[in-house]
Write a protein that binds this ligand. Structure first.
Ligand code: ADP
Ligand code: GN1
Ligand code: MG
Length: 369
């Protein structure tokens, strides 16, 4: 863990006296720290401080402008709907000079948010109702941003969910074999090669206009969803670095990828990794209770396939990173990215076997009131 200097914190408009900080290691990309400040009345107030991973997010200025625009917009809608704007989305804590981020002497970019208290971001579904509620929350999020002009947002990572482009990156990783691991993962590589004709199911429809470009979150896994510890209500979606123009199917598919897994994303015992069809039903019912009138028939028809696609895409990204020598996703043990890739393979296989049932569930959710 990087040791932080209190002097860094003084660059932000945090209220009170600094008391302590701790690291949160659940994300794979940014450095996340939870800071505690004591207020004059003795109460404690928390903040989130993050070091933006600028190797991955090469446009941190535009990224922060995106987040500023979208979070302000969500807060204004929440206020109109009588909801608490401060719990409806992230709120950037400005730097002492009024900026959206602080650049330190080493050139690292730091940003801060309000800490949304009393919440938990689960790494696995614990109660099916939570997953239903997460589906509702994604629907509300997409609906709120439905009228937001997507051209005002910068693509923070180009081709982020362009699966054919991800597959080309994967093929390059296989070819270059930078970490010398290719021969040990031949079966896993073959798995992704065998499915290459499937990878353009969303991009080709975005290109020919048969499905629309919307403002989407693009990283909707459950640990980017805050759930109230006491009421179990979904409070909001966090981790807004990839909010940009995309397809609603990316968000739905990625939520299913992560949440329907009966085990952790990095589980080593693959016997524990199953695709839970009941959880697919929960999320689909929740999501479509908000979005079924908004989505076009061509989008509704692709919901089950989008789950398989996002699982395959994530799997090839993990395996590609394993082949590249673990340069993208944070790892906490040797072979971590390979373990993650294997869970995605297992899940995608089970989804493929259940595709008809997934279609039935999706059609039923479209018909129900
Ligand atoms: P990464 O991009 O690395 O995934 P996240 O922005 O998702 O980073 O943050 C990592 C974790 O920190 C989240 O899963 C959540 O547990 C916690 N977290 C982040 N922002 C907040 C916030 N504003 N309030 C409460 N918890 C937060
Ligand atoms: C990363 O940032 P985090 O941990 O929420 C990744 C997602 C992957 C996910 C897999 C910017 O998400 O695309 O689906 O890991 N984010 C980025 O767990 O690459
Ligand atoms: Mg995250």
């Amino acid at each position: 863990m990087q040791k932080l200097d209190e002097a860094l914190f003084r660059n932000f408009r945090f209220e009170g006296e600094f008391r302590e900080y701790e690291e949160n290691t659940s994300g794979h990309i940014n450095g996340t720290y939870q800071l505690t400040y004591q207020q004059a009345d003795g109460s404690l107030k928390k903040y989130i401080l993050q070091k933006i991973n600028t190797t991955i997010f090469t446009k941190p200025v535009e990224l922060m402008e995106n987040i500023d625009k979208v979070t302000k917009y969500i807060r204004s809608i929440a206020a109109k709907e009588g909801k608490d704007p401060e719990r409806s989305t992230l709120h950037i804590i400005k730097t002492t000079s009024g900026g959206l981020f602080y650049v330190d002497a080493a050139g690292d970019y730091w940003r801060a948010y309000n800490f949304i208290d009393g919440c938990v971001a689960y790494d696995r579904v614990e109660k099916p109702e939570d997953f239903y509620n997460a589906g509702v929350a994604l629907g509300i999020f997409q609906k709120m941003l439905d009228c937001y002009p997507s051209e005002q947002l910068v693509e923070t990572i180009e081709n982020f969910h362009n699966t054919p482009s991800r597959y080309r990156d994967f093929q390059r990783a296989v070819q270059e074999d930078r970490a010398g691991r290719r021969s040990t993962v031949a079966d896993e590589i073959a798995f992704f090669e065998e499915r290459q004709d499937f990878y353009d199911i969303i991009t080709k429809r975005l290109e020919d206009g048969s499905i629309p470009v919307r403002v989407t979150h693009n990283d909707t896994k459950l640990n980017n969803v805050l759930i109230d510890r006491k009421t179990d209500e979904v409070v909001c979606l966090i981790d807004m670095d990839t909010v940009m123009p995309g397809s609603a199917l990316y968000d739905f598919g990625d939520s299913i990828r992560f949440g329907t897994n009966t085990a952790a994303e990095d589980e080593r015992d693959l016997e524990k990794v199953r695709f839970d069809l009941d959880l697919y039903r929960e999320y689909t019912n929740g999501y479509l209770s908000e979005m079924k009138e908004k989505l076009m028939p061509a989008e509704l028809a692709l919901l089950p396939e989008s789950a398989i696609l996002m699982t395959l895409e994530c799997g090839m990204r993990f395996l590609g990173d394993h082949l590249n020598g673990d340069v993208y996703f944070s790892i906490h043990r040797p072979g971590h990215n390979l373990d993650r890739a294997r869970t995605q393979i297992r899940l995608a296989l089970e989804m493929e076997q259940n595709i008809e049932k997934m279609r039935e569930i999706t059609s039923a959710a479209c018909k129900s009131v």
